[in-house]
Design a protein around this ligand. Structure first.
Ligand code: 26Q
Length: 827
């Protein structure tokens, strides 16, 4: 710990300048004469990395000395967002760095903007993992994140001339990424394919198995160090990249087979080459399966290596690490650990199974059937023969117990079997994850109830104590303190303390200011300030003029998905457009002005979602260029939604839309970020919206529609009577207008409309009128500023529990059994 005092790491601004120049001249091929912003960003970042390396060494040393239990979070996605601002704020060095860079003629703010946004995730699940890492470090929990270092992150999105989504490769490693430390000393061989050897153990005379893979690749560690806010504890996110065992086949090369010579390298690099761009939808590709195994095999190897480094035995694994499976994507960790314990550590089945169950726990993030992973037995047997054998053994032993309570001649056994016989023989990964874990959690109250009572009902009866709820949360560091500095300052000065940044419950003290005129004015002025920044961005990037004062900024930003109902949103925009067009001049003066923003990516193979994007852009084009509408209403599609863009949008939002079909959105997390920033919610009775209503007060949320329990009846009626026959006339005529070709060729959107007219799976027709009515309520409430700002302040004041700090405390206590382990402070 005393190393922290080393003069090199001194943090007076002159020292920081020396460190920056050092890196400029020695780490980069630059000097003080060829200073430019990007080089300055890199050099500045390297100084941060030095500090974090030092802190991380001390942290690991301390955890090892104390032998504390740690959480290991395995996730195939991490949506980290930019690093530099977060690190500078967490280390409390903002003023010093500002000063240091000002000396070189740079504004720190502009230097932040040089950084790329590592997009190693799709959406909610990956961003949740990132918020958890921030909280774990901030609250001094011994914890590791494990994931993959993809060469290419989530594609970059632009909009083509027809309004369609265009995807481009995200080459994020084109330039050095200074916050990731390649760890060349950690190289782990990972096997695939091959055969199983059976032999008799001399000592016990029992049958043993050994897997002989026929192919190997190397997993190499790349570490991103995670600073906590206001603490020295610095945890590690370890991302694996895949390397070949042999870089080049020299025999082939010598024979002139240049392509064949590099085959090894190319095949290996394939595994961590690209992030699958599917969100809430399974891509059943062999390469994806290989990614999943690669991740868990490397991770378990590393965890066991670290356990043994502490001179502890394998029996202590469950006291050394709590391993959390972020959805079913890392479920192969279960048979992989069993394999290690049985075939390498030579434990008995009972011992091995007990250790496995006590080590793992599993979080479910979705109940959509198309997102539940099922992998063909054939594929698993080919790629991982020993693992398939173990899955069958787990299933056999599990079903033995199920059969005892199965009174319905095999019905229950069939339903609960880890292996399904339908169009193919498939392994149900969620079933495997449940059976192999000691705890399973959903991510919001309603979601966990649906898991217990519907999706995993049989398992809940079988294991009544296994299922728990842990409602999601978001880190207030990034999602308030960093992205909305003016609001952060106002809160700190009002509460006369910044304790809220790591104990968000303090926000409740804002309640007493909710109706204070002076406070409301300050609060509203900050919103306007943030809206102006967004207005300028829209002008610069999209060349669209939007208003600001007196204009509602209404936003829906999330992955494009039918269940999230961006389609309903754009249909409502057409409704309002038509309504304004029919108005007299006099009536128009009374219209509440509004800008409807939509942003989000569609999975490249999800054609319906891509059509929705196209429709939004076509509608936007018509509305924004109609002189009869002027500045009364605009529809703006913001391309390339990302964490960085969210940091601009969320503080600038008056009202955000979370309008999924009830029962479909497991939780949602952006809803929490908006409330934290004084945005109001227009939402359905779904996911975390419900808990936001409970905590911030129902009267402070614009809620509409039916409960998830009522949805099946509506769907059934649609099927029986045809959705068209039940559709309100207003919506029928809007569909008619689209069909007439008002927004481009009539045929273009036929598929979208046919679904609405036929089955209407997501009950858009049913919800359309209540939705429009609530939107109108939003607009009329905006005209009563005192009421609006009261709602906004009360929403924020009630959002203390939305912090991922609260979420992680629950995981730590209910699931992991870990405790904070703060490094001793040095003065
Ligand atoms: C699976 C197999 C093959 C390829 C891709 C996938 C895959 C990838 C990503 C399946 C699902 C996902 C992502 C799911 C997700 O982001 N779910 C969201 O999780 C959030 C955090 O809990 C919730 O707030 C959201 O409600 C939920 O939709």
């Amino acid at each position: 710990v005393e190393n922290l005092l080393s003069p090199y790491l001194g943090s007076d601004f002159k020292n920081l300048q020396k460190q920056i120049v050092y890196h400029l001249e020695h780490t980069l091929p630059r000097n003080t004469k060829t200073f430019q912003s990007f080089g300055t960003y890199l050099a500045t970042s390297y100084t941060i990395r030095d500090r974090l390396l030092q802190l991380s060494h001390d942290t690991q040393k301390y955890y090892n000395e104390k032998k504390v239990k740690q959480a290991c979070y395995i996730s195939i996605e991490y949506l980290m967002g930019r690093f530099l601002r977060n690190a500078v704020l967490n280390l409390n060095l903002e003023e010093k760095y500002e000063q240091a860079l000002a000396g070189f003629g740079y504004a720190l703010e502009d230097i932040y903007d040089e950084e790329q946004d590592p997009a190693l995730g799709n959406g909610g699940l990956g961003r949740l993992a990132a918020c958890f890492l921030d909280t774990l470090a901030t609250h001094n929990y011994p914890a590791w994140g494990y994931g993959l270092r993809y060469n290419y992150g989530l594609f970059r999105q632009s909009i083509g001339s027809e309004g369609e989504q265009v995807e481009k490769t995200d080459v994020w490693l084109q330039f050095p990424y200074p916050f990731m430390v390649e760890n060349h000393f950690l190289r782990i061989p990972i096997g695939f394919y091959g055969s199983i050897e059976t032999y008799v153990d001399e000592k016990t005379k029992g049958t043993r198995f050994k897997w002989h893979p026929s192919e190997y690749v190397i997993a190499q560690a790349n570490d991103i160090l995670i600073p906590g806010y206001g603490t020295d504890n610095t945890n590690t996110l370890r991302l694996w990249s895949c390397r070949p065992i042999e870089e080049l086949d020299f025999d082939k090369f010598s024979l002139g087979d240049f392509k064949g010579a590099s085959e090894n390298r190319l095949n290996a690099e394939n595994i961590t080459n690209v992030l699958y761009p599917n969100d809430n939808e399974v891509a059943g590709k062999e390469l994806r399966f290989k990614q999943q195994y690669f991740l868990v095999a490397a991770t378990l190897h590393d965890i066991i290596r670290r356990l043994k480094e502490q001179k502890r035995t394998i029996y202590e694994l469950p006291d050394f690490a709590a391993v959390q499976l972020n959805d079913t994507h890392p479920t192969l960790a279960i048979p992989e650990l069993l394999r290690i314990l049985l075939d390498e550590e030579m434990l008995t089945w009972e011992e091995a199974w007990d250790i496995t169950q006590r080590t793992f726990s599993y979080t479910n993030h979705t109940i959509l059937p198309e997102a539940l992973e099922r992998w063909p037995v054939k594929l698993i047997s080919h790629l991982l023969p020993r693992h398939m054998q173990l899955i069958e053994a787990i299933n056999w032993k599990f079903l033995e117990k199920v059969r005892k309570i199965d009174k319905n001649n095999g019905e229950l056994t069939k339903k609960m079997s880890l292996i399904e016989n339908s169009w193919d023989t498939l392994v149900r990964m969620a079933w495997l994850a449940i059976v192999g874990s000691h705890k399973v959690n959903g991510v919001s109250g309603i979601h966990t109830n649906i898991l217990k009572n519907i999706v995993f009902q049989d398992f809940h009866s079988f294991y009544p104590n296994k299922f728990v709820n842990v409602t999601n949360g978001v880190t207030p560091r990034r999602w308030l303190h960093a992205c909305n500095p003016k609001l952060s300052e106002l809160i700190t000065s009002t509460l006369k303390s910044n304790d809220w940044i790591y104990d968000l419950a303090h926000l409740s003290k804002l309640r007493e200011y909710a109706e204070n005129e002076d406070f409301q004015l300050k609060w509203a002025a900050i919103k306007t300030f943030n809206k102006r920044k967004l207005q300028a961005y829209v002008k610069k990037e999209l060349k669209i003029d939007i208003g600001c004062d007196g204009v509602i900024y209404d936003i829906q930003i999330k992955r494009i998905h039918e269940y999230k109902r961006q389609l309903m949103n754009v249909l409502a925009s057409i409704h309002f457009y038509l309504k304004i067009k029919k108005m007299s001049k006099e009536e128009k003066t009374k219209v509440q002005k509004r800008v409807s923003f939509i942003a989000g990516k569609a999975a490249p193979g999800y054609l319906v979602a891509k059509k929705i994007i196209k429709l939004i852009n076509r509608v936007s084009n018509v509305i924004n260029n109609d002189p009869e509408i002027g500045d009364l209403f605009k529809v703006v599609y913001l391309p390339n939604y990302s964490v960085t863009l969210a940091e601009l949008l969320i503080p600038a939002t008056d009202v955000s839309e979370h309008i999924s079909t009830p029962g479909c959105e497991a939780s949602g997390t952006s809803n929490m970020k908006f409330v934290l920033n004084g945005g109001l919610i227009l939402g359905t009775l779904d996911g975390a919206n419900l808990e936001i209503m409970e905590n911030s007060g129902e009267e402070n949320v614009f809620a509409f529609g039916i409960t998830s329990k009522e949805v099946p009846q509506v769907k059934q009626r649609n099927i029986e009577q045809g959705a068209w026959n039940l559709m309100p006339e207003e919506l029928q005529s809007i569909l008619g207008i689209i069909e007439e070709g008002k927004f481009g060729e009539a045929d273009e959107f036929r598929g979208l409309l046919e679904e609405l007219k036929g089955v209407d799976r997501y009950i858009t027709g049913h919800d359309f009128i209540p939705y429009i009515k609530e939107l109108e309520n939003v607009m009329s409430t905006y005209q009563k500023p005192h009421k609006w700002w009261k709602m906004s302040i009360l929403g924020c004041a009630g959002s203390g529990w939305l912090s991922s700090d609260r979420t992680i405390k629950e995981y730590a206590e209910k699931i992991w059994g870990i405790k904070p382990c703060p490094l001793p402070k040095i003065e």
